[in-house]
Design a protein around this ligand. Structure first.
Ligand SMILES: NC(=O)c1ccc[n+]([C@@H]2O[C@H](COP(=O)([O-])OP(=O)(O)OC[C@H]3O[C@@H](n4cnc5c(N)ncnc54)[C@H](O)[C@@H]3O)[C@@H](O)[C@H]2O)c1
Length: 309
């Protein structure tokens, strides 16, 4: 194990992405504190090697955690991560995703944190794309309160960098998939299809199934976070594969890796659903030395095995 005296506070460390991320920091020798209110995260995901604080990022008790832990690094993954819920209740979304982020930023600057990493989003910030794949300069046209809140936090990050010299990296994820995935999250389709396919419970494809996404494996996303932690790069950076996969192709791959022979059923298209989304990840290669390593079919196989178990 690499020796490393640094303490990292991982918000959302009981969740789908935050929990394997906390595992990776521990494996690299960091001291890890997890702040999570278990809204969607699971206690069984929490690495016993981490200090766990069952606290909301919107709660004033967050200050006590910083006083006790004194982290050098904050890796912010806690969020209300459901696009649908953000549409139904934009104020709740803003409370967690904007106000909660500001509370973390205020603690970070007061405690002289050296690096702030933020789990942002590519697809939900860029909206319907003008060109494919979208690079970081693509216009921001969020089509949900969730995307608007993530874009707002990126602007605040710029302000904290300017005003207080707090270095940040905003990682704009594509659609993250893999074990422990919550079916209600941003890229829930893989978790939903995997579970339905295993049970042969009539998975339904919304609309024609030709809507595309860029599916990036959670292990690759964790690797991007580790690279960002030790990098001097300040700014926003896409974390995706540059490969567009439509729902029909995703379904066929899942069918192949699961061996399930379920009939496809089409339901009505979801109003307002984004048609195509794919991210250009060249900047991550240049600045973080990161590239996606896990091919979709292999990653889906592992995900299906996780849900089967
Ligand atoms: N999954 C994706 O495809 C994707 C894509 C882009 C961005 N993201 C972002 O990555 C991050 C992690 O998402 P995920 O997919 O792992 O979802 P998740 O729901 O599994 O993780 C979110 C975690 O935050 C915790 N949380 C929620 N509200 C909280 C609060 N008020 N205080 C403390 N903890 C709270 C939850 O309990 C959960 O453990 C989120 O910021 C999400 O917006 C995810």
């Amino acid at each position: 194990m690499a020796e490393n005296n640094k303490t990292v506070l991982v918000s959302g460390g009981a969740g789908f992405i935050g929990s394997p991320l906390a595992d990776a920091y521990l494996a690299a020798g960091y001291r890890v504190a997890i702040v999570d209110n278990l809204a969607t995260g699971k206690r069984e995901n929490i690495n016993p090697g981490a200090d766990f604080f069952e606290v909301s990022i919107t709660d004033d008790a967050l200050a006590d955690v910083f006083d006790e832990i004194k982290p050098q690094i904050v890796n912010h993954h806690a969020a209300q991560a459901s696009v649908r819920r953000s549409v139904d209740d934009p104020a709740f979304d803003a409370d967690v995703n904007i106000i909660g982020s500001l509370k973390l930023l205020e603690q970070a600057r007061k405690h002289d944190v050296k690096k702030f990493i933020f789990a942002s989003t590519g697809g939900a910030i860029y909206g319907e794309q003008d060109y494919f794949p979208a690079d970081e300069a693509h216009p921001h046209r969020p089509v949900s309160p969730y995307g608007a809140a993530k874009a707002a936090v990126e602007i605040y990050l710029g302000y904290y960098q300017e005003a207080y010299g707090l270095p940040f990296t905003a990682l704009r994820y594509a659609n993250v998939y893999g074990p422990r995935q919550d079916p209600h999250g941003e890229a829930g389709v893989v978790a939903i299809f995997s579970q339905k396919m295993i049970a042969c419970d009539q998975p339904i494809i919304n609309g024609d199934g030709e809507q595309t996404r860029d599916y990036v494996n959670v292990a690759d996303v964790v690797a991007a976070n580790m690279a960002a932690t030790t990098s001097d790069f300040v700014g926003a950076i896409n974390i995706g594969t540059g490969i567009e996969t439509n729902v029909l192709e995703l379904f066929a791959l899942l069918k192949e890796v699961s061996g399930a022979d379920c009939p496809v059923e089409h339901g009505p298209a979801k109003p307002g659903e984004q048609r195509r989304s794919v991210l250009e990840a060249a900047l991550a290669g240049e600045k973080l030395g990161w590239a996606p390593g896990i091919e979709l079919k292999a990653g889906l196989g592992e995900t299906v095995e996780f849900f089967r178990a």
